[in-house]
Design a protein around this ligand. Structure first.
Ligand SMILES: Cc1cc2nc3c(=O)[nH]c(=O)nc-3n(C[C@H](O)[C@H](O)[C@H](O)COP(=O)(O)OP(=O)(O)OC[C@H]3O[C@@H](n4cnc5c(N)ncnc54)[C@H](O)[C@@H]3O)c2cc1C
Length: 543
């Protein structure tokens, strides 16, 4: 197996068209689907994964990007003596440690500070975060501690100083969610899975009432055909009910969607190395302000929502986030400070008895329908590996699949992670006389493949895509060649996070991105026009 390998989508489509049945076909290329594909392929099973849009174009590319147990879920576990929530937090904290190890380029440890404006809050929050540390056990990544007022302001100088009593510092993980999905998909492919994005499932094929495969449609060419599989796994996140309805039009919905909007501000709203947790908003939620790719990420909301592919952030959600920025920060704020805003849908396991989506369980559910459709939904990004393991265990047992080994994904580094060095950015900057910020970005985004990306740049693609951002033209070429980027937005919103960070910068990078992809992928002028329109549509309506 090479250090990196060409993943030719075209070859994979041909392989799908041969219609030789796979052991497992996974629908959905988010965290859950990619995780299932890697888990199953690394057990020696034959695996297909099809994603209607792009990897991580759903919820998995729109998260808060924290590898965490969830401080709020711990509070709920303690307050309501809820063992389920308690286990969820404990499992997620363990997984946080595993992912920091398997994808050290894409994940890192982030100190966060909780500002306290009332003395009576201090023991409560400190005890809660100490319990959080305790639950992490040997997977802990740092000890929570109390900071005096001036130390708290040193760490997070933009905090509202008046009335601040103290802060509690604690640690969680932060990660690059979109690249992590792609990295899991590529790793699955290296283990033999056949994967394709922009290939959606439009129907389920059955014989004698049992599912035997799916009908797919190529979202780019419009072509349709069948793919056979012994087991079909529905890992479509918020869209799970739509696939369940393909199986049984009368099935009762199992999910409720809740929208979570984030806004991105420039770096003056967050220090480069510390996040902020607002432990309780007026409606009892938590809110984060995090350093992210040289900017400040603020989120999130939690509102019941309709399921749609590109949910649009609502004005009220943006106002809600601004309200807390103004309340907690000693900084002048105007709406023009918002560089981008986007929304993701939480696939929450629904309980018809509860109307407030903030109280629904974040745990996952695994359902098997009478025709054999396995649906895995809910959970968190942080726990995708565990969800994948549960799902494949179930499939192997119930469908008698001949696996070579049991789950071993806790020892499979993700693409780019095996030979990553934290100081690789410094070495890269020296070796290629590069801007240190760009070198650091490449080391973090590509890990042990960063040098290969730089070398691609030597073909005349060494420039940056947008002023003030470290993303290189070389990355467009790399993404089209090695990471299955098929549309300009795949590069602008997921292989790089440009559109999520700064819409104006993404708009300015669109033409160059399309030019590079057109040459690499042989696009004609009609296709280039279509791509331009799509980019414009996404950047002006919803990413
Ligand atoms: C605002 C927000 C913030 C969050 N923050 C965090 C966080 O900080 N940390 C954390 O651990 N978790 C977080 N989560 C939860 C986490 O993001 C989700 O649990 C996770 O991404 C769900 O992944 P998934 O693969 O199940 O769904 P998705 O990522 O939505 O993937 C489903 C995929 O299925 C595809 N699909 C749909 N229909 C079809 C079809 N017919 N054929 C083929 N493909 C299809 C979709 O295009 C989509 O790509 C957050 C969630 C939200 C909404």
């Amino acid at each position: 197996m090479g250090k990196h390998m060409d993943i030719a989508r075209r070859d994979n489509l041909e392989k799908f068209k041969r219609n030789e049945p796979f052991d497992i076909l996974v629908i959905g290329g988010g965290a859950t689907g990619c995780g299932v594909a890697l888990d199953a392929a690394s057990r020696g099973l034959s695996v297909a994964l099809v994603e209607k849009n792009d990897f991580a174009e759903g919820t998995s590319g729109r998260s808060t990007k924290l590898l965490h147990g969830g401080v709020r879920y711990l509070e709920m576990a303690v307050k309501h003596l809820d063992r389920g929530q308690y286990h969820l937090v404990r499992d997620a904290l363990k997984e946080r440690g595993v992912l920091l190890r398997l994808a050290p380029h894409l994940c890192h440890c982030l100190p966060l500070i909780t500002p306290l404006y009332k003395w009576m809050e201090v023991p409560y929050i400190l005890a809660g975060l100490k319990l959080y540390d305790l639950l992490a056990g040997s997977a802990g990544i740092g000890n929570s501690r109390l900071l005096g007022r001036s130390r708290a302001l040193e760490r997070f100088p933009m905090l509202h100083a008046k009335g601040l009593k103290a802060g509690v510092l604690y640690y969680d993980g932060q990660f690059n969610d979109a690249r992590m999905s792609v990295s899991i998909a590529l790793t699955a492919s290296q283990h033999g899975a056949t994967i394709a994005n922009h290939l959606g499932v439009e129907g389920l094929n059955k014989e004698n009432g049992k599912i035997t495969g799916v009908l797919v449609r190529n979202g780019i060419s419009g072509e349709s055909w069948d793919i056979g599989a012994r087991v079909v796994i529905n890992a479509t996140g918020p869209f799970a009910d739509s696939v369940r309805r393909m199986d049984d039009p009368g099935s009762h919905p199992m999910l409720k969607a809740s929208s979570g909007t984030h806004i991105v501000l420039d770096k003056r709203f967050a220090p480069p190395d510390t996040g902020l947790l607002i432990p309780k908003t007026e409606d009892g939620r938590v809110l984060f302000v995090l350093p992210w790719e040289g900017h400040a990420l603020v989120g999130t909301t939690d509102e019941p929502a309709e399921v749609s592919e590109h949910p649009r952030p609502m004005e009220e959600e943006i106002d809600y986030l601004i309200h807390y920025i103004c309340k907690y920060f000693d900084l002048q704020f105007s709406r023009s400070d918002i560089k981008s805003a986007w929304s993701g849908l939480r696939p929450l396991v629904s309980d018809p008895g509860k109307s407030d989506t903030a109280k629904l369980s974040r745990d996952h559910v695994l359902e098997e329908s009478p025709s054999g459709l396995l649906t895995i939904a809910g959970g968190k990004w942080t726990t995708y590996r565990k969800m994948a393991c549960d799902t494949v265990d179930h499939a192997v047992k119930k469908f008698n699949l001949a696996q070579e080994n049991s789950c071993r994904t806790d020892s499979i580094p993700l693409t780019g992670g095996a030979d990553f060095h934290a100081d690789g950015g410094v070495q890269l900057a020296e070796a290629y006389e590069m801007d240190p910020t760009i070198a650091e970005h490449l080391n973090r985004a590509y890990g042990d493949q960063a040098r290969s990306v730089v070398e691609v740049g030597e073909e005349g693609f060494g420039g940056t895509l947008a002023e003030g951002h470290p993303y290189l033209e070389a990355e467009v070429l790399w993404a089209a060649r090695h990471e299955m980027a098929c549309r300009a937005m795949d590069v602008l919103a997921r292989r790089t996070p440009l559109a999520l960070l700064d819409k104006a910068a993404a708009a300015s990078a669109a033409d160059r991105t399309i030019d590079i992809m057109a040459k690499e992928l042989n696009w004609d002028s009609d296709r280039c026009r279509e791509e331009k329109q799509l980019v414009q549509e996404r950047l002006t309506s919803a990413i």
